[in-house]
Ligand binder design. Structure first.
Ligand code: ADP
Ligand code: ZN
Length: 821
């Protein structure tokens, strides 16, 4: 019988393809290894899922041999490979695309080089090839050896002096200064005065500055208790290496942490409480969750296992990374989108071979090949960025629970505002709760929150109704005390809408059914013309500074501001509403002596946002204005005032999570205030002070809000009380999209699960954003109490989606959807 390999190739198809393993590669092709294989006359890089001796299910003459083996050591360890297959099944996502998420990018060049090599049937072993791992760099450092006085002259003496004074240096840098550096270094090395070392340079910006090792603080009682319970869970894990589950033991894919069997445990005799291995670390802002993470990683490493840390946006958390670096030094791989392919590969490779055992990164770090995975930490687990909203639509928090469970690892989800989903898991006994009820610094307490009812208070001196008198006064006080303030506003740009003053027509994007935002962009003079004067709520157009653009926040459109209304032709367009750009300008105008800066996606590339946060930390900014980027876990000691300019903006969205998300934002941004000895103050401006998200946030009552929200979801039948799958349909032609949506809905209603009402079918309907990038959008929502029937219905639809619909309609299955727009 032939030796056959099931190979996943990077195409949007769910099945694997069968190839024959050439005799020369018989013992070498293993699951998880990359192979070069012919697919429709092209050579593609695929991943072996399984190898077995069996008779082929298809015509043996149609089975091609594998062209080459790329990795001698499988690129994907068994644990990761099994997890990825399960993830693909859970999300109804093509296996080839899921695998691609986990593999280091191989530049097209190299694949071409591989093909050119053309040693068909051979082992290319890219894994070991230096060309991918990045170039090696030589470093020189002085040793402890002391030379006999007077025996060194010229450049050799100078180079040695330099190394002794400044520590280790790259050889290239020494060469810049000394013409004969090479021969001088050679001489010095021969006499053991200098050591030369070749290695890959840390090119990651996070590694540019050497971080000094810190001294771990003594834990307070709540931290100690949390750390001890995580430690006990780690101690109970199977011994190192036992975490690799062979793919064959897998059952039907399961939702993260939602099965009757507690994570990581085998069934136990009745009466014996299983030890939990998944936790929710619920600690108020500033309670010292990070210190608990650091201890957990330490005890994981001490037990010989690796750890994975996921954070929402790594570019915004240099401080957090620095704390990890200070504790674990170079034992840490930082994965982020700013890495070049070569750097990413280098990081990946050092984890893969076990040189580094801790990885930290955003969502995509979920797929890091951490060796002997023992612990996964998800910081700010409630954050929406853990859900990938394009390509494979996975939720990294849910999948972290799944990966940990399958790997026999401990999982810790941390937040000051836990997601309703996680709280529900605690209630069902799937997660054990750890609480940190107080701020870690003894003097720090939670800030005092006051609501400013915008219906009752008049505008402050700026004239803008969104900068109320109480907010203006509070800013004055903060500045007078030489403290810092953060103003949070959830809208980028200068003016969120442009409206005709004559006919009322809103200027919208041609390709999307959304209003265009006016961006003023960079100006030569950062201050508006009249300090303290009034950019009125709707500034007439002739006051617009040059260089402004209209932008669509959903597609890439950017164009000039027209000089007249497109509908009625009147030269009377008004810039309406307040965006962060305008807020910055208005604040700078009202407080000419203050240093005002802005943090949002428009100003912030990765380095730029770090620079702004660094200036804030150094006290070089008095008032920081920004979008949710300012709400993330920054620890800025001198911030004593936080102003939420318009709390209502997020609450009115047509999304069942709008209240939850609004609440989280408010609590998180409020948590930036008063983190040290000086008390903090938070002003929340709203026209809707009774809204539960606002009222509970003002009272710091997180458990109260969660309690209410869970009940609410139960009443309206939304997750976590039910499970959802959203079919997203779009097409350039409106009727094509509508037709496909109708067909899908009808099919869902008549499939067994739909017919038996185990799955409820809502729609078809137009999406809240009915048109995006020139495509009309529709959706069909499937809802069920249990996951089984929902999966059944989705499975029944996949055939129709593959080949039963108009080719011009695109359908995406979004399991456990987050974005509902
Ligand atoms: P969180 O992640 O919960 O928001 P952090 O971990 O950032 O909180 O902690 C807030 C501040 O308290 C940090 O400056 C941190 O260094 C400090 N801190 C944490 N734990 C302790 C402790 N046990 N003793 C003293 N300071 C602590
Ligand atoms: Zn658009």
């Amino acid at each position: 019988m032939p030796l056959l390999a099931d190979v996943a190739v990077p195409v949007p198809l769910s099945q694997a393809f069968t190839y024959e393993v050439p005799a020369a590669l018989a013992g070498e092709v293993r699951p998880g290894a990359r192979v070069l294989c012919e697919f429709h006359r092209r050579k593609l890089l695929g991943v072996v899922l399984a190898v077995s001796e069996r008779s082929a299910a298809i015509d043996p003459s149609k089975i091609k041999p594998l062209a080459a083996l790329v990795d001698a050591r499988p690129a994907l360890p068994a644990e990761l490979l099994a997890f990825l297959q399960e993830l693909a099944a859970y999300y109804f996502a093509p296996i080839g695309e899921v695998l691609r998420l986990a593999l280091p990018a191989i530049e097209r060049e190299q694949v071409r080089a591989l093909k050119a090599q053309g040693e068909l049937g051979g082992v290319l072993d890219l894994g070991r090839a230096k060309q991918v791992g990045g170039r090696q760099v030589a470093y020189a450092s002085a040793t402890d050896v002391v030379e006999e006085p007077g025996t060194l002259r010229g450049q050799a003496a100078a180079v040695l002096a330099l190394l002794r004074a400044n520590g280790e240096q790259p050889v290239a840098r020494i060469e810049e200064r000394f013409g004969n550096a090479r021969s001088a270094l050679k001489k010095l090395a021969e006499r053991n005065l200098v050591a030369l070392d070749e290695r890959e340079p840390p090119r990651d910006p996070f590694f540019r500055r050497a971080e000094e090792r810190d001294v771990p603080p003594e834990l307070n009682a709540a931290q100690a208790e949390a750390a001890a319970r995580i430690d006990a869970a780690l101690a109970a894990l199977a011994p190192s290496g036992g975490g690799e589950h062979p793919a064959s033991t897998q059952k039907e894919p399961r939702p993260a942490g939602q099965e009757p069997r507690p994570a990581g445990q085998e069934p136990r005799p009745a009466g014996q409480e299983p030890r939990p291995s998944a936790f929710l670390l619920f600690g108020v802002t500033g309670s010292g969750k990070t210190e608990v993470y650091l201890r957990a990683i330490k005890s994981c490493l001490d037990r010989g296992r690796g750890a994975l840390v996921m954070v929402p946006e790594i570019a915004l958390t240099p401080q957090l990374v620095a704390r990890f670096r200070a504790r674990f030094g170079d034992e840490l791989a930082v994965l982020h989108s700013g890495l070049s392919d070569a750097d990413r590969h280098a990081m990946w490779a050092s984890l893969h071979v076990g040189k580094v055992r801790v990885a930290i990164g955003a969502r995509s770090a979920l797929f890091a090949p951490v060796p002997d995975l023992g612990l996964i930490l998800v910081d700010e687990e409630h954050d929406g960025s853990f859900k990938q909203e394009e390509g494979v639509r996975y939720h990294a928090r849910d999948m972290a629970l799944l990966r940990a469970h399958r790997a026999g690892a401990v999982c810790v989800l941390g937040s000051a505002t836990p997601s309703i989903e996680s709280v529900a898991l605690v209630r069902r006994g799937k997660l054990a709760e750890l609480r940190l009820p107080d701020r870690a610094h003894r003097e720090a307490s939670l800030p005092e929150v006051s609501l400013v009812d915008l219906r009752r208070f008049r505008a402050g001196p700026s004239g803008d109704p969104l900068i109320s008198l109480p907010l203006h006064r509070a800013l004055e006080k903060t500045l007078a005390a030489k403290e810092q303030a953060i103003l949070f506003l959830n809208r980028r740009g200068f003016a969120p809408s442009v409206v005709c003053g004559s006919c009322g027509t809103l200027t919208t994007c041609d390709a999307c059914s959304v209003a265009l935002t006016y961006h003023r962009g960079r100006r030569r003079d950062p201050r508006p013309p009249s300090p303290g004067g009034a950019p009125a709520p709707a500034a007439p157009l002739d006051e617009r500074p040059e260089g402004g653009r209209l932008r669509c926040h959903y597609c890439d459109y950017a164009g000039p501001l027209p000089d007249r209304c497109g509908a009625c032709g009147a030269r009377n367009l008004l810039l309406e509403g307040l965006g962060t750009e305008r807020l910055e300008a208005t604040i700078a105008g009202s407080f000419p002596e203050a240093r005002v800066a802005r943090l949002d996606r428009d100003v912030a590339g990765k380095d730029r946002s770090q620079a702004i946060l660094a200036r804030m930390r150094e006290g070089k900014i008095d008032i920081l204005v920004g979008t949710q980027m300012v709400t993330k876990g920054h620890d800025l000691p001198n911030v004593t005032l936080v102003g939420v300019v318009n709390a209502d903006a997020a609450l009115g969205l047509p999304d069942f999570r709008a209240a939850e998300r609004g609440f989280q934002l408010l609590v998180q941004v409020a948590g930036r205030a008063g983190r040290r000895d000086r008390p903090g103050r938070v002003l929340i401006q709203t026209r809707n002070p009774e809204h539960p998200a606002i009222a509970f946030a003002a009272a710091h009552d997180v458990p109260g809000f969660l309690e209410r929200e869970i009940r609410e979801r139960e009443e309206v039948g939304y997750p976590p009380a039910t499970r959802l799958a959203l079919l997203r349909i779009d097409a350039v032609d409106e009727s094509v999209g509508r037709g496909a949506a109708a067909k899908l809905a009808a099919h869902a209603r008549t499939c067994p699960e739909g017919a038996a009402r185990r799955v409820e079918v809502l729609g078809p309907s137009a999406a809240p954003i009915a048109r995006l990038r020139g495509r009309y959008r529709f959706r069909v929502l499937l809802r069920a109490r249990d996951r089984g029937p929902l999966r059944g219905a989705l499975a029944a639809l996949t055939g129709l989606i593959r080949d039963g619909l108009d080719r011009n309609a695109r359908v995406i299955i979004d399991v456990d959807p987050v974005a509902m727009l």
